[in-house]
Ligand binder design. Structure first.
Ligand code: ATP
Ligand code: MG
Length: 465
């Protein structure tokens, strides 16, 4: 099989070679190329020093923390698919790294210093997995660690001694799980066993880096499988003890319909959640974590979890802080968990339905419905019920009416413009009148209609204050 590099990658390598240096595409991009997958980022390795690379490419920039030179590329005229990172105003970046050898690690995450290596072979030795230790010179694949054979066997296998490699850099354990679920590969036996032995070292890794891997696992096609693999490998109890604790918490009791323990229910809910959004999937995975804390069993054997959604929301808050989620993502996660028990009782009033929308946030309503579908299917119920369907209709119905003057499609500025006046009580009086008209159904909440109504009110001098 013949492999092709993108045009600009070929140009970059040709320029390096012409200047007398070795240069190879290396790592994940070669793996993806061989798997026939689109690659996110092309990385290169070379015997040229960062300074030499920079002088060949005047637009390049050097990140000395990682020893990597970034070379921006104009993507105009190139096939877009090979430059997923590029946007209209942001060029694609190729990363070129001087050969490195494995330095010594004393903190389980960073080599004490970056040590440049003398050869491609040395550079391949420091890479995490055999399938990530492939290089391509434009014509042939360099495969020192039998990565191609593992690609064919669909195996994630550590380069060298797995225990040593994971104790050097504990993030590799999480990368193994993430790659396994992204590529649908198995983790080779010794590599998996080494994760079990070293799992507690993951706590040495920063919250942000763990979060990024977790989000990649949750964004994959089989997120529940990824979380299960975290559990089997011993990483879940380290990263998400809140979820691990839920396994074995029984829910079956005379007054409840639950068929699974809480942990299994969370896994099944995640598996069945229809959303592709990793935050909604995460909320689904976490929605019942409060149950491990609120579990109570009466003498008659009835199990209750009072206020588990409120306790759960505070557990989720702590979780988002630990992993440095953005404010927006944290808020969504907390809201989705806090309100996941929403009732869909047909007897609730319109204002109760509106309050639900206000509490969850209009932008999160579709997401909490997805969480509910996961929750139902993950508990052995049908996807929906007539009550849930009716509730969805009511969500739409109540939104047709504005909730307050602020939701009107015309505002105070429109009133002031038409009345040729400044701020004052008249503006509020006109808006209140419009609000009444819309709520009572006399007028639709449409800008043109409301503007005309303001003009008519002025003409008729209907309002005076
Ligand atoms: P992705 O699809 O997310 O880009 P990737 O394998 O390409 O996956 P990158 O973070 O882009 O991951 O890293 C590029 C390459 O650098 C890897 O394929 C691997 O060879 C090497 N690498 C990355 N992280 C590590 C690590 N922690 N230890 C050893 N080698 C690593
Ligand atoms: Mg990559």
């Amino acid at each position: 099989m013949k492999f092709e590099l993108p045009k600009q990658a070929k140009e970059l390598m040709a320029k390096m070679k012409k200047a007398g240096f070795e240069c190879y595409a290396v790592g994940g991009c070669v793996r993806d190329m061989m798997l026939g997958k689109e690659t996110k980022d092309w990385d290169f390795t070379t015997n040229a020093t960062p300074e030499a690379i920079q002088s060949l490419f005047p637009d390049s920039f050097y990140d000395n923390k990682f020893g990597t030179v970034g070379i921006p590329f104009d993507v105009k005229g190139s096939e877009k698919s090979t430059f997923a990172k590029a946007t209209a105003d942001k060029p694609a970046i190729y990363e070129v790294t001087t050969y490195r050898s494995e330095g010594s690690y004393s903190d389980y995450r960073h080599p004490d210093k970056i040590v440049f290596g003398d050869s491609l072979e040395e550079d391949l030795d420091r890479r995490d997995f055999t399938i990530n230790a492939l290089a391509f010179d434009g014509t042939k694949i360099i495969d020192k660690h039998n990565g191609i054979s593992d690609l064919v066997k669909k195996l994630i296998r550590a380069v060298g001694n797995p225990e040593k490699r994971f104790s050097e850099d504990a993030l590799r354990m999480l990368r193994a799980v993430r790659l396994s679920v992204q590529l649908m590969f198995s983790i080779e036996k010794k590599t998996l066993a080494a994760i079990g032995i070293n799992s507690s070292l993951i706590n040495k890794i920063s919250g942000e880096r763990i979060r990024d891997e977790l989000i990649k696992i949750l964004s994959s096609r089989k997120p529940a499988m990824g979380i299960m693999l975290l559990k089997e490998s011993g990483l879940l109890k380290e990263i998400l003890p809140e979820v691990e604790k839920c396994f074995g918490i029984e829910q079956q009791s005379p007054k409840r319909h639950h068929i699974y323990d809480v942990g299994t229910h969370l896994m099944k809910s995640l598996e069945m959640c229809p959303s592709e959004d990793p935050i909604v999937r995460l909320a689904t995975l976490l929605h019942d974590v409060g149950k491990a804390v609120t579990f109570k069993k009466t003498a008659e054997g009835v199990i209750t979890f009072y206020n588990h959604e409120i306790v759960g929301a505070s557990i989720v808050k702590n979780f988002t802080q630990r992993f440095h989620f953005s404010k927006k993502d944290s808020q969504r996660l907390i809201l989705l968990v806090h309100y996941h028990q929403f009732t869909v009782d047909a007897r609730q009033t319109d204002s109760a339905v509106r309050r639900f929308i206000r509490n969850v946030g209009i932008e999160n309503v579709a997401d909490i419905l997805d969480l509910r579908v996961g929750d139902r299917l993950g508990g052995g119920a049908r996807e929906t019920s007539w009550r849930l369907e009716l509730f969805k209709k009511r969500l739409i119905e109540v939104q047709k009416q504005p909730f307050s003057v602020a939701d009107l499609k015309a505002d105070g500025h429109d009133v002031m413009k038409i009345y040729k006046t400044g701020p004052g009580p008249l503006v509020g009086a006109v808006l209140n009148m419009l609000f009444e008209d819309v709520v009572s159904g006399k007028l639709p909440n449409e800008k043109e209609v409301l503007l005309k109504r303001i003009k008519d009110l002025k003409k008729e001098s209907k309002i005076s204050v």
